[in-house]
Design a protein. Sequence first.
Length: 143
Amino acid sequence: MNVASILKNKGVDIISASKTDSISAVAGILSEHRIGAVLVLDENRKVLGVLSERDIVRGLAARGDGCLIMEAGELMTANVITCTPADTVDQVMALMTKKRIRHLPVMDGDNLAGFISIGDVVKTRMDEVEREAAAMRDYIATG
């Protein structure tokens, strides 16, 4: 399985913010969509950064509730780690674990192809394991 198959099942809709959106507005987006991060995009859909719940919590810890009026561009993680549609589930799991991140933009060359989370990756892997187990049971049963 690869990232392209995750996107095929999940879809390619991306919830995003602009770098000038307030942290309060981004927190509302995260809550409304029940997600843990948004991509911060420019007007041409170029990835500027990722703003996660963790980034907001760190901002609150460092600056108090005054961070809620800050702009997304001030708190986002600008050094964005990405993956490609061809990357395998195992590769992105290892990358997410090594870099201690939960979200990855999917880049197809210079184009944004999607945005996946660790939940998407784990669900895909669990589905794969279940399919393998069912195939093994069928093989044993039909001998």
